[in-house]
Design a protein around this ligand. Sequence first.
Ligand code: MD3
Ligand code: FE
Length: 216
Amino acid sequence: MADLFDDAEPVQGGALHLAEGAILLRGRALAVQHALLEGVARIAQAAPFRNMVTPGGHAMSVAMTNCGAAGWVTDRRGYRYAATDPLDGRNWPAMPAAFAALARAAAAEAGYPGFVPDACLINRYAPGARMSLHQDRDERDMTRPIVSVSLGLPAMFQFGGPRRSDPVARHPLRHGDVVVWGGPSRLNYHGILALKPGEHPLTGAVRLNLTFRAAR
Ligand code: MD3
Ligand code: FE
């Protein structure tokens, strides 16, 4: 697929540096795409996708679930990591070995050896779903990176700086792309523009995003 490589930005060694500490590995998840999609389907059977409510009382347009020892949740009380699914009080499904292995390998390639994620937040975007500019700051240790994996329909990613008012760049994220966000980029503002309608041969009319975190 030639369009995996049609970005205007210079590419070196297959890795694209979006910012200091932020490295895009185009197509890095393709070799394990089926294991990832089967894992998501199995996780969603035990812990269904749901539209969580923000502390402000708005239902998120992105549907979410989690796997791993901790899962990211939001409700009227705030944002936090929780060991159990608030829908049924059970532990989140275990993180499949193939998920953790991909996250660990991608982090090592980006210069963060020994990354052991304990949380994987799984986001599902239907057409129109979006994630407004935010920082990820609910994790205990900001020296650990976040690894994101995109599957299904493409989306336009917004990447700013450490202040909300900083200029924002846009980068398309496509099926199989992996990004490692660490170091100086770890607290940068970021978001996803409203998903455009489409059909992906493996996911149908949705985009999935997995973010691997060392939460605790
Ligand atoms: C940059 N998810 O779940 S992944 C999120 O595509 C989130 O669903 C988006 O933002 C998605 O919190 C974007 C890319 C991403 C993830 C974490 C980051 C970029 C980041 C943390 C710091 C800086
Ligand atoms: Fe985020």
